[in-house]
Design a protein around this ligand. Structure first.
Ligand code: 13P
Length: 248
């Protein structure tokens, strides 16, 4: 049985003061501990996350990192910095990083490898654009992102994959539960081809793209969707509560 995993991605929202307020509010909630949950936050909020959440069931992590240990990489943060603040997750290869910061599969693969070497849980994002879906290329695009993203990785199930169709991110348009499930099933099949049945059964695959309290139950009822990577709805404690408590 795969444990569902619900992770907020704040993107470029909430400075330290707002972060502290929201995390303090979330800490006081009664959240379902049969679900794994947490937040990936802007790096400037990581110390606040540590201060408020260390020792609780609420995990936290970063939205990005560089793969090198240290050095002359102005503006970047390293995996060692993330482990120092006891981060659990790091999002790698979010479509916004691929699109606006020109991250490619090769760089993303280096980041996934480096995150695993440091004991972090990478959340590897994959997904197609609207044009790619309309041209029936969604499987081709996602296959390349998965195959290249996992190159050289031995323990596939230490990675969480987030399937995020780009056309569903921040648009209010959710993929239908059937389409989301069938893409997650396709990704699981790719993992089976690369790593065998056991890894495919263990690996957790999230859906991301306008997931919210009103559609979480339907999405997470699907066999191949093991959780959510949530943007907008992770910025409000009451929405996050309903997402984590989707079984109630
Ligand atoms: P929204 O939930 O705001 O659509 O964002 C999804 C996302 O990109 C999470 O990484």
């Amino acid at each position: 049985m795969r444990k569902p995993v619900i992770v907020g991605n704040w993107k470029m929202n909430l400075g330290p003061k707002e972060a502290k307020n929201l995390l303090t509010e979330v800490k006081a909630l009664d959240l379902d501990n049969s679900v794994e949950y947490g937040f990936c936050v802007p790096s400037i909020d990581l110390l606040v996350a540590k201060e408020v959440l260390e020792g609780t069931n609420i995990n936290y992590g970063a939205e990005n990192m560089y793969f090198e240990e240290s050095g002359a990489f102005t503006g970047e943060i390293s995996p060692a910095m993330l482990t120092e603040v006891k981060a659990t997750y790091v999002i790698i290869g979010h479509s916004e990083r691929r699109q606006y910061f020109k991250e490619d599969n090769e760089l993303i693969n280096k980041k996934v490898i480096s995150a695993l070497e440091h004991g972090l849980t990478p959340i590897l994002c994959v997904g197609e654009t609207l044009e790619e879906r309309e041209a029936n290329k969604e499987e081709e695009v996602v296959k390349e992102e998965v195959v290249k993203g996992f190159e050289g990785i031995k323990e596939a199930d230490k990675v969480i994959i987030a399937y995020e169709p780009i056309w569903a991110i921040g648009t209010g348009k959710t993929a239908s539960a059937e389409d989301a499930d069938s893409m997650c099933a396709y990704i699981r099949k790719l993992i089976e081809e690369l790593y065998g049945k056991e890894s495919a059964e263990k690996i957790r695959i999230q859906y991301g793209g306008s997931m919210k309290p009103s559609n979480v139950k339907e999405l997470l009822a699907k066999e191949n969707i093991d959780g959510g990577l949530i943007g907008g709805a992770s910025l409000k404690a009451s929405d996050f509560e309903q997402l984590v408590n989707f079984k109630k």
